[in-house]
Write a protein that binds this ligand. Sequence first.
Ligand code: ARG
Length: 635
Amino acid sequence: AAESSPLADKLKSLSLTTPLPKYANCYPEANPVDIYRAHITSILTEVTGVDAAVIYPALQWTQTLEKGDLVLPIPALRVKGKKPDQLAAEWLEKFPESPLIHKPSTAGTFLQFFFKVEKLAQIIIPSILKQDKQFGQNPYLGLKDPTDESKGRKKILVEFSSPNIAKPFHAGHLRSTIIGGFLSNLYQAAGWDVVRINYLGDWGKQYGLLALGFEKYGNEEALKADPINHLFEIYVKISKDLAAEKEEIKKLEEAGKDASELKNEGVDEQARRYFKAMTENDTKAISQWARWREMSIKRYKETYARLNIHFDDYSGESQVKQEKMDETAIKLSEMKISEESEGAVIIDFSKHVPGKPGKSLERPIIRKKDGTALYLTRDISEMLQREEKYKFDQLIYVVASQQDLHLKQLFKIIELMGYKDLAKKVQHVNFGLVQGMSTRRGTVVFLDDILRDVGEKMHEVMQKNQAKYEQVQNPLATADILGISSVMVQDMSGKRINNYEFNMDAMTSFEGDTGPYLQYAHARLCSITRRAQLSSEDIATADLSLLTEPHAHNLIRVISQYPDVLQNTLKTLEPTTVLTYLFKMTHTLSSSYDHLRIVGSEKELMKARMALYDAARVVLNNGMRLLGLSPVERY
Ligand code: ARG
């Protein structure tokens, strides 16, 4: 079958008559650069005598075109007895002519390979235009067995966003949402089965408190109109009452007076009782709570949709089954992992993990004196529930680095309980803080308010160019998208773990590596396509050998890297890996426009250049969508 595939035909036309040998992790149909990896590998096995299985994975992608299209660190081939430069000299001596690559050059201990761009253009541009929205995706990576599709795909659960009902959707939730949405897209593009889970904070005494607050301050109309804000307002008010009550009790006790009435009948005790009723499945308490939960989820969904995000499972702390927690508690105690301490149940890690790491995991409580479970307790059982429900291959928690300790404790407990395989499948993807995130109208932050603010700001920015502004069909909707892009790109610019300053002016600027700049680059490509008015027939028959300028060559080389970028991002799990690439690519693009004009060029040249720009647009569009952005066509 391989003989008659489009790829085989293509290789033939490139005068590579011998079919490419099969190598592990070589997927030329999805990643054209793998044709080069395979080609170089088969030459190098001849030249060096080293096993192909060692050579192939050592051929690395480069970030700077000056260093080559692929590089090989000579020491990676583990040839003993000779120095890298000696080896390089010997190999280069024997290196044959190739239709695909130039003779390699050496730099330090590296061999650098440069592709012959005339051939590369013929491989890459038609592949991009044909695969279009799929270009860069690699469905093979997620296969359980890459050689046998019928064995099915690997499954990954990505838990992210996870806000707390009746509390602000703060910057930590925003980052989790952006990064988690991106990771989900990434794994999907790599052919995994992705389950997006939102683990809501929707359980605990505070929801008993909220119910009391609703009795006192609630209003059905206000609830219906804006459940998220109304519940939050109530929560703030009743929390104040609670604080005042605590103050009062303290005063009474300090004065040696009797505080028992407040203690037994006050807000705190009532909230505790109410929550207790919830845990005992009291119909009225549960149905009220369930309704608020539903209303909140409905609102969250609207906001997530603006960010191109959906969830497959709205789980949450409330969804952890009591039986599961009882079972877990028994197991923890029987295995002597947990112990009693002053009426509560704790885990003293210093006893289970000898030395410093044990100490640093501290002594978390897993059951309070009154028998109630905690955040950590629920997370343990929730993970076991997920394992039963989904039988996943991997589970990622996208949670702020403030919770590093919590997740370390969780993972360690699972391991101590004997779930060794499970412990290997779970991973915490963490991130740093956002400083100074406040809205134009105040400091309490909800995602919607932030998005409204940046949208307004982008609208102001757009209006500064009236001529352009008038061309935009739906300026408010466009401003909204540009605003969202601003926030997201700023968030994804640095490494996840870095903190950053929320800076509205910087993120909404068209200057520098911002969201609006990326959108501008995309819109400009769309406008070139619109003005050129070439048919798809014109593009398909373009003579790509006319693309001879250095600018055209660089652009072709950059866009051919995109599938490798995606593959590399699976290792870094950093949105910035994709973003940095897209900025590099758009910079190459913007420096090309003056040299690769469309308007005024002769028809054949126009067709060839347009094919290249179309391919660049596809790559930019795919990269932006992978990040969760919505590319705009004009503004
Ligand atoms: N709701 C939590 C918070 O806002 C985040 C949940 C993180 N996920 C987890 N499985 N613990 O802090």
